[in-house]
Design a protein around this ligand. Sequence first.
Ligand code: HEC
Ligand code: HEC
Ligand code: HEC
Ligand code: HEC
Ligand code: HEC
Ligand code: HEC
Ligand code: HEC
Ligand code: HEC
Ligand code: HEC
Length: 467
Amino acid sequence: MKNFFKVGNMMVSFRPKSLILAALVALVLSTVGMAIHAEDSGLSKEDKACLNCHDKEGLGKTLENGETLSLQISTKAYVESMHNGTSCEDCHSDIDAKTHGKVKTSINSKRDFSLTMQEACRTCHKKKFTEYEDSVHAALIKEGSKKAPMCSDCHNPHTVRSAKIIGPITATPCAKCHEDIFKAYSRSVHGQERIANGKAAPLCAGCHQAHAVKAASLGNDVKEACLSCHKNAVDMHKVWLPNTERHFEAISCPACHVPTAQRRVNLRLYDGVGKHQVSEKTGVPQFERLTHAADAKDTGLNERALWSLLKEFNRDGVEGKTILRGRLEVSSGVQAHQLSEKSKAIRDCNTCHQTGAAPFQSVTLTIAGPDGRPLRHDVQKDTLTSLTSMESVRGFYAIGSTRIKLLDSLLVLVLLGSISGSLGHMTIKRLFKSVREKLEAEKNAAPPQADKQVLPGDRRADDDASK
Ligand code: HEC
Ligand code: HEC
Ligand code: HEC
Ligand code: HEC
Ligand code: HEC
Ligand code: HEC
Ligand code: HEC
Ligand code: HEC
Ligand code: HEC
């Protein structure tokens, strides 16, 4: 027999496991007498029976790995929890009444126990469960992480309260594992705003989601979260920042909004055909092997090494598929959370647009790892400058005879920077002459084709690749 009842906005099904329960209830009632009043708490007799043994201080068991698992469940907290209409057996369906509590069972570790119990959540919270399964946290667990969270790391099933209750920021489950980031966040504009005025400002899940948490640097999810709250941000920047859209694409928000941060250029391997960041395939890692082969001395990839690496990545599959896209960002996860008020944000064009500008002194190459988190390798900073010489760019473009959208926007920036110094006057002149000629040739010709060389400065034609 299957019964349904409605709790909140959700249908809950339960099968009275009559035999098991009857046996347990009988056992408990016979040992403690009729002192249980099921009406008091709204709990069923069956649940009370469990709690009668389990709401006892000090009840615990030693697991195979030596850990102690506390077995105490507070009746009061359970009654006040969102699961008070759910019976113990809905989640603990594998309890054997005949032997339970008498015969010791074997559990390897707390972690193992949580992993087996997690399936219980799926029955009633399918949507959250599916979202979670698609997260970086779930991917980490699949990879064998002993530290990434499961449902019960963020929600105690016996004490869970409504998500609508706004607690202090310290109550976010993310804080206990991402301690340094939490500290930085709590001092940021958003942390301070939230402490002062409550929930309009985002807590961790406001920018990263709670269940479908993705690697932060993958795609544009986080930036889109910023823009979904700060709807007029683009317009507000347009007032002083020319071509705001381009700047927003080539610079992460914290790179300007965390004035004290160190910045760097991140060259991301990008699939120019599929239009997404290139990910390392599970089981067939290439990146480490290839970067080490290309940079045996570990001094950072130089121009030549970068070139041969790209060639390798384009070896199989569609030719010219793998390209590089540059982005200016802060150098660490902690720094990304030190957002300060707008008056401190960077607006001095010279911070970036001058020869030797600090953000361009550190360059890294990344690919998305199997779980989405970035794998990195250092690139020699001179590589950026040498890319501005037409010859080497041609070299890059020659790979697979398809255009490689190298550095995309950043290249232009370096060009702008170079004008004031580093390259010789003649080089610059020659450079621009050839750019001009190419541009003119292109204007007169048909729209750019895949197998045609396109100028580094011609980013308009690249716009679609960034969508
Ligand atoms: C007669 C007392 C008693 C009752 C009633 C009882 N338990 Fe237990 N329970 C225990 C003891 C003792 C242990 C520790 C067993 C061990 O050391 O292996 C335990 C262990 C557990 C564990 C830890 C996992 C395991 O299997 O060892 C869970 C979960 C649990 N009980 C849930 C329940 C639920 C749910 C009910 C009601 C359906 C219930 N218990 C009823 C005494 C009881
Ligand atoms: C919504 C599902 C759910 C309900 C309802 C539920 N439990 Fe649990 N219970 C779990 C999960 C999941 C775990 C594993 C905890 C973890 O991963 O830390 C667990 C663990 C336990 C443990 C082992 C100690 C611990 O905290 O890990 C005991 C004992 C227990 N439950 C008893 C009960 C009793 C008694 C009830 C009813 C009053 C109950 N549970 C109701 C899901 C539930
Ligand atoms: C038998 C069905 C059932 C199972 C199994 C179950 N839950 Fe629930 N859960 C509920 C119900 C019913 C509510 C109350 C929902 C409501 O009123 O909107 C709830 C509420 C919650 C809430 C609070 C939702 C809110 O509105 O803030 C969380 C968090 C939660 N459950 C997590 C879990 C986790 C984690 C597990 C697995 C350990 C689990 N649940 C297993 C039925 C279940
Ligand atoms: C990394 C921490 C984390 C993990 C893991 C996690 N949750 Fe949550 N969950 C949260 C937070 C934070 C909220 C608060 C709501 C929000 O901000 O979206 C929440 C909210 C919820 C809610 C209430 C949603 C609502 O909008 O009313 C349910 C139900 C829930 N979680 C179930 C689960 C289940 C089931 C799992 C396992 C599949 C799980 N959660 C795993 C952090 C987590
Ligand atoms: C205002 C939005 C925002 C909030 C709130 C926020 N983050 Fe982030 N988080 C970011 C941004 C932006 C990045 C950097 C993304 C990138 O590389 O483009 C990031 C990166 C991360 C990373 C990856 C760090 C790394 O080493 O690369 C983690 C982990 C993280 N956040 C966790 C948290 C936690 C935990 C909280 C809550 C204490 C939190 N975030 C709050 C925006 C936010
Ligand atoms: C039980 C511990 C735990 C909890 C709770 C937890 N995380 Fe994580 N998280 C990890 C671990 C471990 C990693 C992998 C190591 C790392 O990248 O920091 C990770 C990775 C991440 C990443 C990917 C990092 C990257 O490089 O982009 C993000 C984003 C993230 N967590 C956000 C959150 C958010 C948001 C919450 C709360 C809703 C949360 N985490 C709660 C343990 C946890
Ligand atoms: C090139 C540097 C730069 C970049 C990139 C940048 N900002 Fe700004 N932003 C600023 C400066 C400078 C101000 C202050 C302008 C003022 O006070 O008039 C500002 C102001 C703001 C404000 C306050 C607007 C107002 O006047 O109320 C918000 C919100 C904001 N930025 C969000 C963002 C977001 C979201 C992103 C990423 C999508 C971003 N910014 C990228 C430099 C930048
Ligand atoms: C959930 C909505 C929300 C999200 C997501 C969000 N913010 Fe905010 N932000 C706020 C609120 C609310 C404030 C405080 C009120 C205000 O100044 O607008 C604020 C303040 C700010 C300020 C300070 C503005 C000032 O007047 O000094 C900046 C800068 C800012 N946010 C940037 C960002 C960036 C960058 C991101 C993404 C990484 C982001 N915000 C994500 C809601 C949000
Ligand atoms: C934090 C670094 C940073 C700051 C500050 C900055 N820029 Fe930029 N700027 C860039 C980057 C990176 C690009 C490359 C984007 C591109 O070429 O599309 C760029 C590109 C440009 C371009 C070429 C874009 C186009 O439309 O082709 C111009 C013009 C420009 N910036 C002007 C300015 C001016 C004027 C300021 C000051 C008001 C400024 N920038 C502030 C980093 C910065």
